[in-house]
Ligand binder design. Structure first.
Ligand SMILES: [Zn+2]
Ligand SMILES: [Zn+2]
Length: 95
C-alpha cells in the first residue's frame, strides 16, 4: 500500500478508480525520476508534469506513456487523467 493507493482510499469511487487505475496505468512503463541522471542541457527536456504543472521531485515515480513522444507524468496524475480519458494529455495519442 503506497501513497498513491492511499489517495484513492478517501474517494467514494474507490472501486471504479481501482479498476480504471489497474487497466489504465498498470500496463504502462514506470520509472523513478532523478534530475541528476537526466540528459543535460539540451533544453527541451520536460522536467515537469504537464497535468499538474509541478516540477518532478527527485525520486518521484513517473509513468511513461506509450505515445510517440514518450511523455511522462506523475503516476497519480496520469491515473486520475485516465479515469476520464484514454489519450495522452499532451499529444492526444490513444493509449
Ligand atoms: Zn503531476
Ligand atoms: Zn504523448
Amino acid at each position: 500500500m503506497d501513497v498513491f493507493m492511499e489517495d484513492f482510499l478517501v474517494q467514494p469511487t474507490l472501486e471504479t478508480a481501482r479498476f480504471l487505475m489497474d487497466v489504465g496505468v498498470a500496463g504502462l512503463e514506470k520509472r523513478v525520476f532523478h534530475p541528476t541522471a537526466e540528459p543535460g542541457c539540451d533544453g527541451d527536456d520536460i522536467r515537469a508534469c504537464s497535468i499538474c504543472l509541478e516540477d518532478y521531485e527527485d525520486g518521484v515515480e513517473v509513468v511513461v506513456t506509450p505515445c510517440p513522444g514518450r511523455h511522462e507524468f506523475h503516476h497519480r496524475c496520469i491515473a486520475n487523467w485516465l479515469r476520464r480519458s484514454n489519450t495522452c494529455p499532451l499529444c492526444r495519442h490513444a493509449l
